[in-house]
Each structure stands twice: as C-alpha cells, then as structure tokens.
Design a binder for this molecule. Structure first.
Ligand code: HEC
Length: 207
C-alpha cells in the first residue's frame, strides 16, 4: 500500500497516543477497552471505587457522578458493606453453624441436635452425599460391605450393636473428625452437608 507523506508523518503521533493510553498505576486502570465488561452494572457490595469521576465520560447517571463510582460515603472507609458486628458467626440459610467441638470431646457431641428438617429433599440429598463419601466403605445398605469396606476390614454395620444406638450428634462428630480406623471428612464435606448425611445414616441404622 502506498501512503502519502502526510499520513506517514502522523504515524509517530498515533503510536505515542496508543502507548500513552496503556499507562496504568495504583487505582488508575488506564484506558479500558469495553469497560462495561469489567465494571458490573448490578450493585457490587465487595467492590469499592471512591473516585467520583471514574467513568465520567460514559456516565448517564442522574446524580451526575462517574458511571463506575460506587462507594457509600456514610460507611466507615466508604465501604459498601458494613463490617459485621464483633463476634458474628457465619451460618447457612438452614441455620447450620460452624462446628467447634474438638476431636477428643466426643461425649459433648451427644447433646447436639440436627438443625435440618426431615424434608424429602434433605433426605434425598443426604443419600446422594452418602453415596459419594461413605458408600465405598460402609456399603449401600450401611452393612459395611462397600467395595472398599470388604477389603478394609472392620467397617461396622450401622444397624447392629452399639452403632445402632449412636446419637445424631455422635455421627456428625465422627464424620467431622473421624474415629479410630476411620478418617476425618470435615475438610471435604461442608457442615450443612454433614448434617444431611447424618439424616441418611439414621435411616440405615433402623434398617
Ligand atoms: C475409608 C473407609 C471409610 C469411609 C470412607 C467412611 N468410613 Fe465410617 N468407618 C470406617 C471404619 C473402618 C469404621 C470403624 C472405626 C473403628 O471403630 O475403628 C467406621 C465407623 C463409622 C461409624 C461408627 C462410629 C463409632 O463411634 O463407632 C460411623 C457412624 C461412620 N463410620 C459413619 C461414616 C460416614 C457417615 C461416612 C461418610 C461421610 C463414613 N463413615 C466414611 C470406615 C470408613
């Protein structure tokens, strides 16, 4: 392609412009290509852009501020989320709290009550989770005859002897921390899912 001399003279200027737009430092992301891809339109409680002019050039906000400004000046540090009250404990929508009882305090676990209800959905979930995490040792029927259980001797049936009468709290504790030859599952299975599995194990105890 043959370029006129005038166009050629402009090329360095274009190059300088392009390179200058690449500058980014600190809170300044530089020139963003398709900025809506990075800045969410819905309210984002965990992001915080305190620069009132950010995104001014494409803003059509009624308050006249930049499109991407999203801080709450009434909160500490202009955060969008408030700090939780001191001592706040995370709990799931089903009211399940994090488990604090230590491995050796197994007797204490006997007092615990399963926070979940006996709905068909929860029981079905418990069965599904049991098939993922326990069945290979404890067997589909809880008789200890899982594919691993038959070679890893000593897996007790749920419906016999002392195991039949184990409380829901004890079963939860055993899943969390393990017991004797059985390993802990607390790191693989969430608090809530462990309580779901307990529901299913209780069904197997009575079979
Ligand atoms: C690697 C095999 C294995 C897996 C996986 C496993 N268990 Fe066990 N479980 C055992 C063995 C072995 C014992 C007997 C422990 C002992 O008394 O030495 C046992 C014992 C138990 C007991 C009786 C505890 C007691 O106090 O006597 C319960 C209840 C139990 N397991 C539930 C579960 C549940 C629920 C899961 C799934 C989350 C699970 N286990 C996963 C091998 C396993």
């Amino acid at each position: 392609m043959i370029m006129s001399n005038k166009l050629k003279a402009l090329l360095p200027l274009v190059a300088i412009f392009i390179l200058a737009s690449c500058g980014a430092s600190g809170d300044n992301p530089g020139l963003e290509y398709a900025p809506q891809m990075y800045h969410s339109i819905p309210y984002e409680p965990l992001t915080q852009i305190t620069d009132k002019d950010r995104g001014e050039w494409l803003s059509n906000r009624e308050d006249g501020l930049g499109e991407f400004y999203n801080s709450n000046p009434n909160n500490q540090y202009e955060q969008n989320v408030r700090q939780p009250v001191e001592g706040t404990v995370r709990r799931t929508s089903n009211n399940v709290l994090p488990y604090r009882i230590q491995k050796d305090d197994v007797m204490m676990a006997n007092e615990l009550i399963n926070p979940l209800e006996n709905t068909p959905e929860i029981l079905a979930e418990g069965k599904r989770l049991y098939s993922l995490y326990c069945q290979h040792c404890h067997g589909e029927k809880g008789d200890g005859q899982g594919t691993v259980g038959v070679v890893y001797a000593g897996v007790p049936p749920y419906n016999r002897g002392a195991v039949k009468d184990l409380t829901e709290g004890h079963i939860y504790h055993v899943i969390t921390h393990g017991i004797r030859r059985m390993g802990a599952h607390g790191s693989q299975v969430s608090d809530e899912n462990r309580w779901k599995i307990v529901k299913y194990v209780q069904q197997l105890q009575n079979q």
